[in-house]
Design a protein around this ligand. Structure first.
Ligand SMILES: *Cc1c(COP(=O)(O)O)cnc(C)c1O
Length: 370
């Protein structure tokens, strides 16, 4: 008997037409930022109801530039969640500001909106919510708080491409919205990102920040009046992303079908906390369960690996990393994030998975627990 193929927790789907399209770009003589990037930005803008969008070479760059555009710098505070990829708060440090963590809601795993107002100080400039696994927060409540306190919002929508809030796409509403197109994300171009912007001057500022702060006037004269970096997207990457856009809704439907299968087949006697059953808003970027305290996660992961199944960890709480401990954060400050971060496990979920793969994961989990 041959062992079944290893099932990773995620895997990108790039079709042959996209691969051929990339080869065409490579042969075209223009491989960096050019016509493909413009096409991609226009397509994204259409996705987001005509809003301004600029592409970048990572979600991290989108978040950092979003903060700069929001005017966040030294002496300022940004309120965010400790349960995210470390990029979320690293960018706050990168612009010289201080992350202020607010514990997560134990059910949604997203920042607890009830606790935000207590964390606002005169130094607070922005809120940076994360839509973990593609599940948005209550956007109405978020923006009620932001508007009341005159705060900008930089949404970390890295995992929420294609997610919705009351029928509208994440990105089509809101203030500054950052997406990632890293290899594990719902839409990918290997590495890439995008920022949705509120106004034309801010889009121009984004263009400066992404390429050395340089602009060219109509007669070709160069000027550099702000310190920009180097985070423009390439045409090669944009072509990969363009190839995936048409199947976005089909991909999300497939993810939903797989998620529904997990809900129906997962053994509830294992006492795992299941994700919020939201099939209206979430894009089902991940399917995460929180293991009961009696189960040691490293052991569970090892047993699943022996069964040929990859389990992801998203994420260890940010404030417990050495960089953040050295800034004064410590264990016990955000108990929900700490418990969830210790016990959360991402089950395999990607569009090319078969229904039978879900059956296999569920059966293997029951065995791993016993
Ligand atoms: C992936 C991710 C990022 C960073 O995106 P990159 O494209 O890898 O820079 C930021 N925040 C969250 C929540 C992410 O999942």
């Amino acid at each position: 008997m041959t062992a079944p193929e290893f099932l990773p927790f995620t895997r990108p789907s790039i079709d042959e037409a996209t691969i051929a399209g990339v080869a065409e770009v490579l042969r075209s003589g223009w491989i960096t930022t050019g016509p493909m990037v413009r096409d991609f930005e226009n397509a994204l803008s259409q996705c987001f109801g005509g809003r301004l969008v600029r592409s970048l070479n990572s979600g991290t760059a989108a978040l950092e530039i979003g903060l700069r555009i929001a005017g966040v710098g030294p002496g300022h505070e940004v309120i965010t969640t400790p349960l995210s990829w470390v990029a979320t708060s690293n960018v706050i440090l990168s612009v010289g500001a201080r992350p202020v963590f607010v514990d997560v809601d134990p059910v949604t795993h997203n920042i607890d909106l009830e606790r935000i107002e207590a964390a606002i100080t005169p130094a607070t400039r922005a809120l940076m919510p994360v839509f973990l696994a593609g599940l948005p927060v209550d956007m109405e409540r978020l923006y009620t708080i932001a508007n009341k306190h005159h705060l900008r919002v930089v949404e970390d929508a890295a995992q929420a491409f294609g997610s919705r809030w009351q029928g509208q796409r994440i990105g089509a509403i809101g203030d500054l919205v950052a997406f990632s197109f890293q290899a594990n994300k719902n839409l990918t171009c290997a590495e890439g990102g995008a920022l949705v912007l509120a106004a034309e001057p801010e889009a121009l500022l984004c263009e400066k920040y992404r390429l050395q702060g340089v602009t060219r006037s109509a007669d070709g004269e160069m000027e550099c009046d702000v310190l920009g970096g180097k985070s423009n997207l390439t045409d090669v990457a944009a072509r990969i992303a363009l190839g995936q856009l048409p199947s976005l809704e089909a991909v999300i439907e497939r993810r939903k079908a797989l998620a529904r299968r997990y809900f129906s087949l997962w053994d509830r006697s294992l006492d795992c906390q299941m994700p919020v059953e939201d099939f209206a808003n979430s894009n089902w970027h991940m399917f995460q369960v929180v293991l009961p305290e009696r189960v040691k996660r490293p052991q569970f992961i090892a047993r699943m690996r022996e069964a040929g199944i990859g389990i992801g960890v998203h994420y260890p709480p940010i404030h417990l990393f050495a960089l953040y401990r050295n800034l004064g954060f410590r264990e016990g400050q955000f108990p929900h994030a700490e418990r969830i971060g210790r016990q959360i496990a991402s089950l395999p979920l990607f569009p090319a998975m078969a229904d039978s793969d879900v059956d296999r994961v569920c059966a293997a989990a029951s065995k791993a627990f016993s």
